[in-house]
Each structure stands twice: as C-alpha cells, then as structure tokens.
Design a protein around this ligand. Structure first.
Ligand code: DC
Length: 238
C-alpha cells in the first residue's frame, strides 16, 4: 500500500518514472457508455492475460460516496474540489485490481447504490476532480501491465497506448443489462451527461477498435479484444 500523498510530494520523480513505466508496460484501455460491457470484459481480459484490472468509474464513485458521507453537495464544484484536495485515500492492489481505499476501506457495495449512481456524473464533471483522477489513474502503471476501463482512458489517461478499445451496445440491451443487475438507472440521461460535459467527455479514442457487442456474450467480446491485442503486439515486432 502506498500513500497517494507521498506520490504528489515526489511528483517530479514520479513523472520521470511514469514515462519509463508507460513505455515498459502494456496498457489496454476500454472506454464506452454505461452498461456497454466494459467492466465484465475488462475483468475477463485482465484475468486471461494476467494484467492488473483498473476500474476508473469505481474511483469516481468512491469520491461521490465520500462526498455524500461527508455531507458535501455534489452540485457545488468548489466544495467537491476542496474535499478532493483534502481526502487521503490509498491506492491498493487487491486480487490483481487497483482500488482507492478510504481510511483503509473499499466501499464496494456502497458505490453501487442509486444515490451514488445519481451523484457520480456531477462529481466526474468537475475539472479539478478529473485532474486529480488523471494523476492517480496514471500512477497505476507502477503496478505492471494494465487493463483500464472508463470514459476517457484512451483519450486522456493513456492516449499514447496502441491498445485502445471502445465498446458500445444499443440502449435497449444496455438498459436490460442494468435491470438484470437490479439497478434502476436513466441511461439516456447518464449518456448525455457523460458525453456532453466540457472536460474529457466520452469520445471514441483515436485508433481505437470499436466493438458493438449487442447480442454478443462476454466470452465472445473478450476474445475479440484479446485477438486484436495479440495482433497489434505481433505487428509491433515486425
Ligand atoms: O462506469 P461507471 O458507471 O461506474 O462510471 C461512473 C461515472 O463516472 C459515470 O458517470 C462516468 C464517470 N466516469 C468518467 O467520467 N470517467 C471515467 N474514466 C470513468 C467514469
């Protein structure tokens, strides 16, 4: 376990270290809208390849949960940014996945409640929050090869990687997936917030392979991703 605070104090050292790490490690980015199968497929790909899984949405959800816990209004960007400056989570590797822990605790089920789901897009739209998340998410490359999923991982966090994917599925199928998980969520509203915000909106990254997985099983989608990664790795050696 490492204290994030310590990372910032050693910023210049880390910037150099990250540049080296970025070229050393393979980073697979998987972006796409809510319920497009990012988490399921990123987990499967990470497990199959033995890479570290990073769920960047969980990091935003952890901050949104912490705001609610501390009574901070998520519609007040200044208050959220101030809390983000002050909180001191740790970045930890648990079962080959990187998580933010608050006071040593990962709020695994709490971050999936409808309250947090409603709050998180507000928190994720705040530029200071996104700056903080970017540094934190980039620092996960210290752990090794990554499969990182989110909304801006290929456009903003690791734009230089050769292994970018963009998953999508029709809204009908995505809504069915959320319902099957027992989550009631207005996906159209979430899509609009995620793709219309000013800072790092959801976009298809340059050079990404687009996979529309409507009607596909996770086994099929994850195999397509691994096939493409294997091909791009082989192309690199030529
Ligand atoms: O994937 P998810 O539903 O857990 O994401 C939660 C929210 O965080 C969602 O509104 C989009 C936002 N998010 C983001 O803006 N950038 C990311 N890299 C990941 C998630």
């Amino acid at each position: 376990m490492r204290k994030l605070e310590r990372f910032w104090n050693r910023k210049s050292y880390l910037q150099i270290k990250n540049v080296v790490k970025k070229s050393e490690h393979i980073v697979i980015t998987i972006d796409g809208p809510s319920a497009s199968g990012k988490s399921t497929n990123a987990r499967l790909v990470a497990k199959k390849l033995g890479y570290i899984y990073v769920d960047t949405g969980a990091m935003y959800r952890t901050l949104a949960w912490y705001c609610l816990k501390k009574g901070v209004d998520v519609d007040d960007p200044k208050a959220v940014a101030a809390l983000c400056r002050k909180w001191k989570p740790t970045l930890e590797l648990v079962d080959n996945a990187a998580y933010l822990l608050v006071d040593g605790y990962f709020p695994k089920s709490e971050i999936r409640t409808s309250e947090v789901s409603a709050a998180v897009a507000h928190v994720a739209a705040i530029p200071k929050v996104r700056e903080w998340m970017k540094k934190t998410q980039q620092s996960t490359s210290q752990f090794g090869n990554l499969v990182m999923e989110g909304r801006d991982t290929g456009t903003n966090i690791f734009p230089e990687t050769d292994f970018k994917f963009y998953l999508d599925a029709c809204i009908h199928e995505r809504s069915k997936r959320r319902e099957a998980e027992g989550v009631q969520e207005n996906l159209a509203a979430r899509d609009a917030k995620d793709s219309q915000r000013a800072t790092s909106p959801l976009m298809i990254p340059l050079g990404a392979k687009i996979i529309n997985n409507s009607g596909q099983t996770p086994a099929e989608t994850s195999s397509l991703i691994i096939e493409e990664v294997t091909k791009r790795l082989a192309d690199r050696k030529r």
